[in-house]
Design a protein. Sequence first.
Length: 124
Amino acid sequence: MSFAVGNIEVGLLQYLLFGSLIAAVDPVAVIAVLEQVHVNEVLFIMVFGESLLNDGVTVVLFNVFDAFVSLGGPAINAAEIVKGIVSFFVVAFGGSLMGFVFGLLISILTNPETNRDCKAVWGL
């Protein structure tokens, strides 16, 4: 491809990198429309949750494709692809596990039935 800046070669990896970056923009417009229309709260929460999941997947895929672009096309072998897939699942499940643990911890700390003394100390 030839642009004003010169001859630029764009391959499949660069397209995948750009596609992973643009994928996160899609639900943002939908959420803005749903807020204006005042749809059912359950539908809004489901779309919002999908948007958050989509953003997380986008970050992980961008990092994986960025690493592949840095390596260069010929240097990518089966081991690098497996490392990318494993990295994707480690981040996905590790993030879910951390979210669950911190959510459980916060719910225990802020439960009004079990922590009345803590609230008195904190001035709540």
